[in-house]
Design a protein around this ligand. Structure first.
Ligand SMILES: [Zn+2]
Length: 392
């Protein structure tokens, strides 16, 4: 939001921080011009931001030969956030700076079926180690972002209706982390945070559909630059949409021929094993595709077509500029996207597809933790949260 109306309340330190972080104002003079505050008021607020480490002062060369003007810059090193992206078969923990850049990260090789208490207590131990690796201490932590593969009640910080995660239903997750790291915790769906990360990596794209195809299938939607969670946090749950002309396989949700039982990585492992291939994991499917195995290429293409069938309806509905594909199966991108394109171009309106980009996500395996970092940074670096932290 640029500038202020004359009737609004005086700008707070948190609002000044936003002007600096967004690059709208870089000097005290510019801040005064944007906010209408006196020089003394600007100086007092900037001093608090400098003391807190959220901004730094850089003395550059003077443009007109006079006294060099001190420029204020957002200080990405002025704190850290912890990120934990929980997956069905493995999770990832990371320590990130205030720009969302990963300082240290590690895979937590424990399946989510071990339960939230066990998995999160192990994650806490890994995060302690990662803080040491990154050379930062607990005092720098400003928040924690957590993602899980299921529908999330963000206000309560727990999952609702997650067939893939038995034992995680309605368990308050933040206390399992704040017992060791007392900081604000934000919880969201895994594909939602991937959508946040890919949106951040594509600043030119305001309407994008993030699709994750791994053990399950899900989507995250950014419309008009804003992540859409829907009324109950279930937006983008495409995995349980039944597809037509399937073989009649029952799904855990009670439906038949859901996208997830026909076109997920897990489904491909099952189908390739039935063809007599020695596969036990999604990585094996990807390896076979890369070797050009005809069964693997054919089945992945069919899975892509089924995914495209469901995405075509979404493309007609929301008209994204970009469909970004991530998840473990993205390694088999070529046959997968060939199937997706085939179905989308056949089933979506030309007006919605003529400039549609369908691409692998830019962040590959990192979009989960980076998205968790962005989720929590958007909150803890907001003007209100900065003001609350400064007055604490
Ligand atoms: Zn289902």
């Amino acid at each position: 939001m640029r500038g202020r109306t004359p009737t609004s309340a005086p700008a707070t330190a948190g609002e000044i921080f936003r002007l600096v972080r967004d690059g709208v104002a870089g000097t005290r003079t510019e801040i005064g011009r944007e906010t209408g505050l006196s020089r003394t008021a600007v100086a007092a607020r900037v001093d608090r931001l400098l003391a807190d480490g959220l901004v730094t002062e850089v003395v550059g060369a003077a443009a007109t030969g006079g006294r060099p003007a001190a420029r204020l810059e957002f200080n990405a090193a002025g704190g850290t956030v912890l990120a934990l992206s929980v997956g069905v078969s493995r999770s990832k923990a990371a320590v990130c700076d205030l720009s969302g850049a990963v300082l240290a990260e590690e895979v937590v090789d424990i399946p989510a079926s071990a339960g939230p208490e066990h998995l999160l207590s192990e994650a806490v131990i890994r995060l302690e180690k990662l803080l040491l690796t990154a050379g930062v201490d607990d005092a720098t932590i400003r928040g924690i972002g957590l993602s899980i593969p299921g529908t999330v009640d963000g206000a309560r910080g727990w999952s609702v209706g997650v067939p893939a995660l038995p034992g995680w239903e309605r368990i308050a997750l933040p206390p399992l982390l704040t017992a060791r790291f007392p900081a604000p915790v934000l919880v969201d769906n895994d594909v939602n945070v991937m959508a946040l990360a890919e949106h951040d990596a594509h600043p030119d794209v305001d309407d994008l559909l993030m699709v994750k195809i791994g053990s399950g299938v899900g989507a995250g939607l950014v419309c008009g630059g804003v992540l859409q969670r829907g009324a109950w946090g279930a937006a983008g749950e495409i995995g349980h949409t039944p597809v037509h002309d399937g073989p009649g396989i029952g799904c855990g949700c009670g439906n038949i021929d859901c996208l997830e039982v026909l076109a997920s990585g897990r489904a491909l492992v099952r189908d390739l094993a039935e063809c007599g291939q020695p596969v036990t994991a999604i990585a094996d499917v990807v390896a076979l595709v890369k070797q050009g195995d005809p069964d693997a290429v054919r089945l992945v293409r069919i899975a892509g077509r089924r995914l495209g069938e469901v995405l075509a309806a979404a493309v007609n509905l929301v008209n994204p500029a970009l469909v970004a594909i991530g998840g473990d199966l993205v390694g088999a991108f070529d046959p997968l996207v060939a199937g997706v394109r085939e179905a989308i171009y056949r089933r979506s309106m030309a007006a919605a597809t003529q400039n549609l980009r369908i691409e692998p996500g830019l962040l590959s395996g990192r979009s989960g933790v980076m998205g968790c970092a962005i989720l929590v940074l958007d909150e803890v670096l907001s003007p209100g949260s900065v003001d609350a932290a400064l007055s604490a």
